[in-house]
Design a protein around this ligand. Structure first.
Ligand SMILES: [Cu+2]
Length: 433
């Protein structure tokens, strides 16, 4: 049975936050693709590559239904895996509600092992905290548990299992839990984006993330997607934008935005008082933390990425000999005899990697993305992993998130070549000692 759009909560974009409409009971949990309006109109969070879970009103309680289950997931075209998530996706759907709401969250376990859900950062009775064995019995396979509590705060929060946590999180079980302030935003937000940082050990040629890996991951993701599959953040010039970023990976990630100084305005602890805001261009989102970043958008195409350079690459080998600067081309013939098809790389830097993969059509191992990829209006981007583009344009309609293509820079405002002579000019060098 599919849930019709009408059976979901529908509130006009102009409706006050928190104004809920009772609807006909829907008895089936909503899977990805069956998503409808979240009920918060324009103020709704835009989950990158994701969706908001609809709810239904049951006697004054907002009732949500999560299903923990295996999902088929695509990190980017050419790389798929069997992951675990909620309601057909990893991360699971975003839960949105309003400070003061009473919420009931049904959790059905369709995994082969017990699970539970911890509501990360949310103030609630101890018995609703979701720690298997400590605050509740585990939810066994096939069972449905009900969590119910009243939201006494606002802010950017998360949910994840607290049962066999290392395995269940490593294979994708997590989601965002956004609580809007009861009185609306003191500073109106025009576009409110949300994503979770994560890492995955999906070894070349395999289709199941490996939960045993602690450091050397293959994929670094925003909402379980890598560049170039992470959707761009489309914004109208002059709009106030918030990025809500959570981290349930195994690393801290310095998230860097080009072209703007953003203000860090909130965290798991809600929206900070104005005197605590600070101006940054890079903000470390630590493991288990969330951060809210706000800025007024300036026109252009602006990179948004993790500043750990390995985290903006896709699958790569570790522990291989460093050939940078080595003269090994004379050895090629001999090596070719020993290793047919072998091609040495990296002695002049790695830039040729993307060219080799794309122009020369060299395919890597099965189900493995090239280390760096993507082409912009001026050539190869040589990126992967935690990288996407904030596309700010004049004249977009409110609520239009459609990809506007590449930025048309005004005449004379793009860096350009002025000489092809390596001896050009008289640059000052530090004297040799
Ligand atoms: Cu990172």
């Amino acid at each position: 049975m599919t849930v019709s759009r009408r059976s979901l909560i529908v509130a006009a974009g102009t409706a006050a936050l928190g104004a809920a409409v009772d609807v006909a009971a829907a008895t089936t949990p909503v899977r990805r693709g069956g998503s409808g309006p979240s009920g918060y109109g324009r103020r709704s969070v835009h989950t990158l590559n994701g969706w908001t879970l609809p709810y239904r009103m049951q006697g004054g309680v907002k009732e949500f239904h999560l299903v923990a289950e295996e999902v088929e997931h695509e990190f980017a075209p050419g790389c798929r895996a069997k992951c675990w998530g909620y309601n057909g996706s990893t991360p699971g759907p975003t839960i949105e509600a309003v400070e003061g709401d009473r919420v009931r969250i049904l959790v059905t376990n369709r995994l082969p092992e017990p699970t539970s859900i911890h509501w990360h950062g949310i103030l609630l009775p101890s018995g609703m905290d979701g720690v298997s064995g400590l605050s509740q019995p585990s939810i066994g396979p096939g069972e449905t548990f009900a969590y119910e509590f009243t939201l006494r705060q606002h802010g950017t929060h998360m949910y994840h299992p607290h049962a066999d946590e290392m395995v269940q999180m490593a294979v994708g079980m997590m989601g965002l839990f956004i609580i809007h302030p009861a009185g609306g935003e003191p500073e109106p937000i025009d576009r409110d984006f949300a994503f979770i940082l994560h890492n995955w050990a999906l070894h070349s040629g395999t289709y199941r993330p490996d939960p045993s890996i602690m450091l050397d991951f293959d994929l670094w993701t925003f909402n379980s997607k890598v560049f170039p599959a992470i959707e761009p953040l489309v914004v109208r010039a002059g709009e106030r934008v918030r990025l809500r970023i959570g981290n349930l990976s195994m690393y801290n990630h310095p998230i860097h935005l080009h072209g703007h100084q953003f203000e860090v305005t909130g965290s798991d602890g809600g929206r900070w008082p104005r005197q605590k805001w600070r101006s940054e261009v890079t903000e470390i989102v630590g493991v288990g933390q969330t951060r809210d970043l706000e800025f007024v958008a300036a026109p252009g195409d602006w990179a948004l990425h993790c500043h750990m350079s390995h985290h903006t690459m896709n699958a790569m080998g570790h522990g291989i000999p460093n050939t940078l600067g080595a003269k090994i081309s004379d050895q090629d013939a001999g090596l070719e005899a020993l290793l047919p098809g072998m091609m040495n790389m990296g002695s002049d830097g790695m830039s040729s990697h993307q060219e080799h993969v794309e122009a020369m059509g060299i395919s890597g191992p099965a189900n493995t993305l090239p280390m760096m990829t993507g082409t912009g209006p001026y050539g190869a981007l040589e990126m992967g992993g935690m990288f996407t583009v904030v596309k700010v344009r004049h004249g977009l309609a409110r609520g239009d998130y459609g990809d506007p293509g590449w930025y048309q820079a005004p005449e004379g405002s793009v860096a350009k070549m002025i000489s092809e002579d390596p001896d050009y000019g008289s640059p000052v060098r530090r004297p040799r000692s």
